[in-house]
Design a protein around this ligand. Sequence first.
Ligand code: NAD
Length: 476
Amino acid sequence: MKMLINGEWCDAASGKVFEVRNPATGDLIEEVPFGNEDDVRAAVEAAGEAFADWSTKDPRVRSKILLFAATEVRRRNTELGTLLTTEQGKPIREAVDEINGFANILEYYHALSAREQGEYLKIRGYGHAAVQRRPLGICGAIIPWNMPAIIMGWKIGAALTAGNTMVLKPARTAPLTCIRLAEILEEAGLPPGVLNIVTGPGETVGREIARNPGIRKVSFTGEVGTGRQVAMDAAPTMKHLTLELGGSDPMIVADDADIGMAVEGVIRGRFYNCGQVCTAVKRLYLFDSIADEFIRHLKSRVEEIVVGNGLDRGVSMGPLNNRAGFMRVVTQVDTAREQDEGTIITGGRTPEGEAYKRGFFFLPTLVTDVPYDSILFSEEVFGPVLPIATVSGLDEAIDLANNSRYGLGASVWTRSADVIARATESLEAGIVWVNQHLRIPPEVPFGGMKSSGIGRENGSRALEEYTEEKTVLIRL
Ligand code: NAD
């Protein structure tokens, strides 16, 4: 596959390529251009040229192109889902869901594009004020490998609908679905240069996006440390920033919760996408009185999870996406084991058997009696491992939940209005769920507090993040 610059599918300026491999089998899928700073500069030039025309089109015309693309993406969801599973590892059902999610986001922004933007004020003594909302210009997007289609949708949906043009860098280990989606957008009528895709390493392509003076905004999704680097690289050119960073979401289960429902919440919340979701349930706090029953149910459900190649029928959890992520999870579990930080009651190792030898497989893992200061609670565990602790009540649960540098999501499971009121008021997170976790419809703002990030994606608010205000004050 090639990169997309100015409507042309091209090789990297250097002529180099890198390999994309299937994380379940190690097989080579495709070679992709190994872009560098020169490719970003060419893409910025193309995006600059496209901006004048694109930004002045009727927003409904712009978003209609996104809508056409969304329709085609839905029509081809199985083919695209298969590609996503092949490069990313998730079970095909989850991959098709993600592809439909991409379409859903574009459809949402199409619906929103008809909304009036800006406001008019008549101010005594000053006259008439028109507050216009204008697109920023060229936006950069840097995305991770865990949910490439959804995250691409979050970024292009708002940015392009608002009239910006974009240079987007997919992750090294999962660029193919993004490229295919860009192809569909082109076929739907997106003019050359409006969306450019540059593939390659973060250290060159990503950093040039953050630094390039022609880019007015960077929307980055990835780890906290990388986000910090992006912010520093973007500072000299005073870019607008959205940083969607890591999370360590707590889930609190109160003594009056529907246990069956909460157990299913953990199964999806922790083990979906092999645990590689920013808002996965990464810390479980159970009220003492229900802990034994809860853990018994949870353990038997976890042991029903079928690990394997995401393309195989009946598989409910695929491999981790890449070697570095796999090694990090193995190290975190080994460290907790060596330091006696809890009891592994299931999993804790790679599965045995020929079928698992070539992929980054790790069994779904539950660790109970985890000390509150364990690394399993303090670090983000980006894989299928759930540390569990018991708490005496809501106050203690909230204190522990908030005792983290992260503040992305959190959930509370209860039937009590009082518990809901106290928890939703006190939990420090960009999104707080009640009796659910992980679900993020495009209608609501999404983003983190504390080290989990700056700014919000999704919702009508996202259009504001991709525009800036200009006030015109008129005295007649
Ligand atoms: P990462 O930070 O390693 O990489 C993310 C992207 O940044 C990749 O495209 C990478 O090539 C690029 N990059 C790397 N170094 C760069 C640099 N110096 N300058 C610019 N770009 C650079 O993250 P990852 O491992 O791909 O993703 C996992 C992380 O992402 C987890 O921490 C997860 O919680 C987080 N995440 C957050 C959200 C959210 O919305 N908050 C969503 C998904 C994932």
